[in-house]
Ligand binder design. Structure first.
Ligand SMILES: [Zn+2]
Ligand SMILES: [Zn+2]
Length: 93
């Protein structure tokens, strides 16, 4: 299958099971690097001893860096490979 679905499935924050195959989901934070406008899961950022390195602009991001914000959470099913966006919970970060 080389076909990629355009629509992203949204799940609510309390769901922990894949809506497709009912297996456990792996969650990841979606980060926004304001300096270069990169948005991606935290797994795209290279972890270093004192934070992260942005995969787009290669600048280092210290932990708690105000130039980097958490914009959401994504979930991925390791069994069927389905990716989902977790609906933001009011009042979170
Ligand atoms: Zn960047
Ligand atoms: Zn699944």
């Amino acid at each position: 299958m080389c076909y990629r679905k355009e629509t992203t499935v949204q799940i609510s924050a309390d769901e922990t099971m894949c809506p497709v195959c009912r297996n456990r989901l792996a969650f990841d934070r979606i980060l926004h690097h304001m300096i270069c406008a990169y948005v991606g899961p935290s797994s795209d950022f290279v972890e270093t001893a004192d934070g992260y390195v942005c995969p787009k602009c290669r600048r280092s991001i210290a932990s708690g860096d105000p130039a980097c914000e958490v914009v959401g959470t994504s979930a991925r099913c390791s069994t069927c490979g389905k990716e989902m966006i977790v609906s933001p919970v009011a009042g979170a970060i």
